[in-house]
Design a protein around this ligand. Structure first.
Ligand SMILES: Cc1ncc(COP(=O)(O)O)c(C=O)c1O
Length: 400
């Protein structure tokens, strides 16, 4: 690291609340699946803002939309209809189970909305005592109070007590553990079809089907958090399509804006209509600029060949990583779906991430020690093979 980079990092982080430990490089610019630091070194971006930059950096369609819409109408009060809002809402409802949507700015906000929506629906449909929410161990739903209350980390962060009450945790993929927690006061079940921060564990389709049946039988609201797994990340627009199970509420963010901050909740009317004017809202959510970007991102994803590419490069990555696993006794598991991939190894995750970054590949950590690979969905075959070579070389170097 140059003296100048070190100075920028030290000075920047001295002025910030310490939510993150600093990375040892200063990023400068990006294009497609590549990012450059201020010293001109390129990296393959398999972090992508943690599964955010779905269309790749500096995507021409996104840039065009931002430029045109920002010049035309960037902001208006949420109570106005605009053409971009209609377009984004149509694209989301026409391409998912959702009948109505709510726009916001982040994943956590989408989760807060779903929690309030499910609780208000249950209050009115089943009575004021019906306010319990079931979530899962190793879950991650965000850092605001509601979201943090149904996130695994709360168990190691007692300093934020008291969390939102009536929130319980079952074991992922263990139906009996859910049944034990369900009672006549259960309002909702929140689950990530593929756990992101928790370590890339995928739900068993039969488990999700059993949850669906349980929720139908007992009139419970089933919520899928697709903030990370949705918007093409697992190879289809919505992750739930791969499991043959539709939820009642869904949360989207990350890939939905491909880098522009947006979030949304999609709902069946039966549940979504519990929210009425005055019970929830947002200043920025649904602004014309965010909605225009959202619509462009979905339109780009729906173009012929987009998901086929994501599925094809996912196959290359998964097969290549399994090869690396076969050749190394330090790589213990390849997990995930689509381009939401996890690699368990016996290396210290910090050492592995640092060595990969040194060798020109950026990635992130998930769970306690899982390497998470979430490149743009526009990744090419050549870039996938290049990434595999870097990972193979890095594993060999660390083993030596
Ligand atoms: C599954 C899931 N839900 C919710 C969130 C929270 O999203 P945000 O960081 O945009 O608030 C995240 C963020 O990583 C996530 O992965």
């Amino acid at each position: 690291m140059s003296e100048q980079a070190k100075k920028i990092i030290d000075e920047t982080f001295s002025l910030l609340v310490k939510t993150y430990s600093p990375q040892p490089v200063v990023l400068d610019r990006a294009q497609g699946c590549r990012v450059w630091d201020t010293e001109g070194k390129p990296y393959l971006d398999f972090a992508a803002g943690i599964a955010v930059v779905s269309l790749g950096h500096a995507n021409p369609a996104v840039l065009k939309t931002i430029n045109e819409q920002a010049a035309k109408l960037m902001m208006c009060q949420a109570s106005y209809a605009t053409a971009p809002k209609l377009k984004a809402a149509k694209l989301l409802t026409e391409n998912s189970f959702a009948e109505i949507v709510y726009f916001c700015n982040s994943g956590a906000e989408a989760i807060e909305t779903a929690m309030k929506c499910a609780r208000k629906w249950a209050y009115e449909a089943k009575g004021p005592a019906c306010n319990e929410i079931i979530a899962f161990h190793n879950s991650f739903h965000g850092r605001t109070y509601g979201a943090a209350s149904i996130t695994e980390k709360r168990h190691t962060q007692p300093f934020f007590e008291p969390y939102v009450p009536a929130t319980h945790f079952a074991d992922f993929n263990n139906f009996e553990s859910v049944e034990k927690l369900v009672n006549h006061n259960t309002a909702a079940i929140f689950i990530e079809p593929v756990q992101g921060e928790g370590g890339l564990a995928s739900a068993d389709p039969d488990f999700l089907k059993a949850l669906r049946k349980l929720c139908d039988d007992k009139n419970i609201c089933l919520v899928f958090d697709e903030v990370q797994a949705g918007m093409g990340r697992t190879g289809t627009l919505n992750a739930y399509e791969q499991f043959g199970v539709e939820p009642d509420l869904i949360t989207w963010a990350k890939g939905l804006g491909s880098g522009f901050p947006v979030g949304a909740m999609g709902a069946r009317k039966k549940f979504g209509e519990a929210i009425v004017a005055g019970t929830h809202g947002t200043t920025y959510g649904g602004n014309p600029l965010a909605c225009a970007v959202t619509a462009t991102v979905i339109e780009e994803m729906l173009k012929p060949g987009f998901f086929e590419n994501a599925q094809k490069v996912s196959k290359i990555m998964l097969e290549g990583l399994n090869e690396i696993k076969r050749a190394s006794n330090k790589v213990t598991a390849v997990k995930g779906r689509g381009l939401m991939i996890g690699l368990d190894t016996m290396f210290e995750i910090k050492d592995l991430l640092g060595a990969l970054q040194k060798n020109g590949l950026m990635a992130t950590q998930a769970g306690k020690n899982t390497l998470r690979l979430t490149p743009p969905l526009t990744l090419s075959e050549d870039e996938a093979n290049e990434a595999l070579k870097i990972i193979e070389k890095t594993v060999q170097e660390l083993e030596a």
